[in-house]
Write a protein that binds this ligand. Structure first.
Ligand code: AMP
Ligand code: GLY
Length: 424
């Protein structure tokens, strides 16, 4: 099978790593990729958001499967452009990707499907915002309706900050609707879980749950980020959690999307809160999560290409049950100086060879924002730079291997959390 992966983060490196280990994969390509992905796949300098360019590349490579990593190309219709050329693609249509692209759309689907989520109001004016904030009380949760790369949600005790965020999202001061709209919803307490499911629009195959650390600093302090680390499995989770979420969230959502004539195929990511009143959906994403994918795929024993191809071709029902390693995986993100506000790029990364020589295969480095310069040095090229992943017989063992590898890496001015999977 010839596979083309779209994207350039550590999630795509994790996908490419697993695909490169699948004996059915005869050729692996990635666009645009990064310095780490270049070690397992052939890179192509194609804009991930350009559907025609991606489809042309897939045709030129005679790809049997295209895997779209990030949300922005999906919402822009890149999967549709590839599908229109009769090439199997893992990733939803632009219409179905609205499950992630519009919080209001997701709420509408959840209401129709009877999926448990936070009560919410969709607001377009400041008057509506004030009413909704008043109705729920603190802590306030205000979400930009559209895609905002992890910056769209504000959770705050301060009503003025909540109001300011709504206005910053384009809600109008007067009576007339503004350019933007926000969803204001009830605050959900309890731990968060990321549960991914592979679906062909009909059958739904859940993966193993993971937990992400979204705040920049130890102790869940500091600003929200794309994710600073993750682990899987969750030793504290109820054994029936995955089956419950499959029955109450994942299958009903996939069924509702099919009923609407916009079937969802690809990766359905449920961001869940385990509240005192039961499981609630915080959000849906239409693609693999980053950095959770790094730990989930580290434990998946079933060859990845066959799984993704079955989802892309509507044949998931015939696939045997997934096989998982009994052990655990932990990933720690090394972020550049200034991330998330103003990431600095162009700093040399040292220690990658040492990890490869001394820690593999129990720990390895997945690249996010990296690039190789003409003289061969690997330098930082983004906010999240590396995702250092460790595996072990349990979370504690995986964690110590991940951190041992982190300690070998040097990136000037970088920061990482020291408490990933530390207090379970
Ligand atoms: P989202 O982009 O919807 O995943 O939101 C980003 C983060 O904001 C989530 O991971 C939660 O930590 C937090 N959040 C979102 N919605 C709520 C809510 N209703 N109650 C509490 N926290 C929330
Ligand atoms: N880790 C959060 C996300 O991928 O959206």
């Amino acid at each position: 099978m010839k596979v083309l992966v779209i994207g350039n983060g550590a999630r795509e490196h994790a996908l490419c790593r697993s695909l490169s280990l699948d004996p059915d994969v005869t050729a692996l390509h990635c666009a645009p990729g990064n310095a780490g992905i270049a070690e397992v796949a052939t890179l192509h300098a194609v804009d991930a958001l350009d559907g025609k360019a991606v489809a042309d590349l897939a045709v030129e490579l005679a790809a049997d499967l295209v895997v779209v990593g990030p949300e922005a190309p999906l919402v822009a219709g890149v999967a549709d452009a590839v599908r229109a050329r009769s090439i199997a693609v893992f990733g939803p249509s632009a219409e179905a990707a609205q499950l992630e692209g519009s919080k209001a759309f997701a709420k509408d689907v959840m209401a129709a499907a009877g999926v448990p989520t936070a009560r919410s109001y969709l607001c377009t004016t400041a008057a509506e915002v004030d009413e909704a904030l008043d109705a729920f009380g603190a802590p306030f949760v205000v979400k930009d309706d559209g895609l905002a790369a992890g910056k769209g949600v504000v959770v705050t005790e301060d009503v003025e900050a909540a109001r300011r965020h709504a206005l910053a999202c384009g809600v109008a001061e007067g009576e007339q609707p503004g350019a933007g709209r926000v969803v204001i919803e009830e605050f959900l307490d309890g731990p968060e879980v990321s549960l991914f499911a592979v679906t062909d629009g009909e059958s739904v195959v859940p993966l193993q749950p993971a937990q992400d650390f979204k705040r920049a600093l130890d102790g869940d302090e500091g600003p929200n980020t794309g994710g600073m680390g993750a682990y899987s499995p969750l030793p504290w989770a109820e054994p029936g959690l995955v089956d419950e979420v499959l029955a109450t969230v994942l299958q009903p959502t996939v069924d509702e999307m099919r009923r609407r004539g916009t079937p969802f195929s690809g990766l359905l990511y449920a961001g869940l809160a385990i509240t005192s009143r039961g499981v609630r959906v915080i959000e849906f994403n239409a693609r693999f999560g980053d950095p959770e994918t790094q730990v989930v795929l580290a434990r998946l024993k079933t060859p990845l290409a066959g799984l993704l191809h079955a989802a892309a071709t509507g044949t998931l029902a015939a696939l045997p049950p997934l096989r998982w390693s009994e052990g655990a995986a932990v990933t720690v993100v090394i972020a550049s100086h200034g991330y998330p506000e103003a990431p600095r790029t162009g700093d040399a990364i040292e220690g990658l060879e040492e990890v490869a020589e001394q820690d593999a295969p129990d720990a390895y480095v997945l690249h996010a924002g990296t690039r190789r310069t003409e003289d061969g040095t690997v330098v930082s090229a983004g906010g999240r730079v590396l995702s250092v992943t460790g595996r072990g017989e349990d979370v504690a063992a995986a964690r110590s291997r991940a951190y041992r590898a982190v300690a070998r890496i040097h990136l000037d001015g970088s920061h990482h959390r020291t408490d990933i999977a530390g207090a379970l």
